[in-house]
Design a protein around this ligand. Structure first.
Ligand SMILES: [Zn+2]
Length: 334
């Protein structure tokens, strides 16, 4: 009897310790937003960060072709069948550093115009469920500029403020299917951990005040990887000749597909660790890689015609299958 009691107590202690450690790990992985009542957008919960590249630049990893566990599952919430991308250029995108410049902006614009319907984005069609049809289409809804309304040291709450200000000024429309990306120039920091803990994040919340008070907002922060190529880019020589911005493409793709399949974090598709689809394949690029004369590696070409067609190196996404999900670059290739 005594032995059973001791045994039971040990189990209870072990269980509470495990729970404590799990809570700690979660905190570290998902730095909490500094939520307060004065925020322009009140996020539902934590941001979902895109962890940085632990391998450093110039270590393009193919990744496994095996089944990825734990399995991802649907939690009953909303999905965005056809997301519309909106960009807000934040900071100074007219620099002479070879990265924060109009040519760099054009790379991201072309990407936004060609990701929809691509073999890569079609991976997300495997997440259609609950009356939501993710058909592979993506719209580009437009762009606005904010040269620095929140300064050069951003907090998580600054990102919501930038977007709400832009909407209130009528510089972009409010769109319930929109995913609003704040794209910061490389002189701007994000104090919750850009470049040290993550390369971007997405979340959702309800707008607190102003013209769109009460409306839902799905949004993302992605900083120019030129600030920390070794943490937020997979290579320092890139397909479009701008390593920082080419690094951003892969992060934006990742956040976009997570915002579509899990727009209100962890109520759509996520696994038991809270990882979303693209998290499970982060920083892996597939079995078929091409090398340009410059030495830059790419794994896909998006768009067609002389103005829109570009090569990109974009990390893989999880293709859902009830029999076992895998990391893919398209529905048929890994
Ligand atoms: Zn992610």
């Amino acid at each position: 009897m005594k032995r059973i009691l001791v045994f039971t107590l040990s189990i209870a202690l072990l269980a509470s310790f495990t729970l404590f450690m799990a809570a700690k790990a979660q905190d570290k992985k998902n730095p909490d937003v500094q939520a307060d009542e004065t925020e322009d957008v009140k996020p539902d919960r934590d941001i979902i960060p895109h962890r940085y590249n632990k391998k450093g630049a110039d270590a393009v990893t193919k990744g496994t072709t095996g089944v990825i566990t734990p399995q991802i599952s649907y939690h009953g919430g909303a999905l965005i069948g056809t997301p519309t991308i909106y960009y807000i250029w934040y900071g100074n995108w007219n620099q002479t550093n070879g990265s924060d410049n109009p040519a760099g902006q054009q790379i991201l614009r072309d990407f936004a115009r060609t990701i929809g319907g691509s073999a890569y984005y079609n991976i997300n069609t495997t997440y259609s469920t609950g009356g939501y049809n993710i058909n592979g289409a993506v719209n580009f809804g437009g762009e606005a500029t904010d040269t620095g309304s929140q300064g050069t040291r951003l907090r998580d709450s600054s990102i919501g403020a930038i977007i709400v200000t832009t909407l209130n000024q009528g510089k972009l429309p409010y769109d319930p299917n929109g995913v609003y990306f704040v794209l910061s120039s490389s002189n701007v920091s994000e104090s919750s951990g850009f470049c040290t803990l993550y390369c971007g994040w997405h979340t959702a919340g309800t707008i607190n005040s102003g013209t769109y008070a009460g409306q839902r907002l799905r949004y993302s922060f992605v900083g120019n990887a030129n600030r920390c190529l070794n943490a937020c880019a997979a290579q320092s020589v890139s397909p479009n000749g701008n390593a920082g911005v080419d690094g951003m493409v892969s992060i934006i793709a990742h956040e976009l597909e997570e915002a579509a399949t899990d727009p209100d974090p962890r109520t759509g598709w996520a696994d038991s660790n809270g990882d979303e689809n693209a998290d499970k394949c982060a920083w892996t690029f597939g079995q078929t890689l091409f090398t340009l004369p410059s030495g830059a590696i790419y794994n896909m070409t998006l768009g067609s015609g002389t103005t829109l067609q570009r090569n990109y190196l974009i990390q893989r996404n999880l293709k859902y299958s009830a029999a076992g999900s895998t990391c893919n670059v398209s529905l048929t290739a890994q």
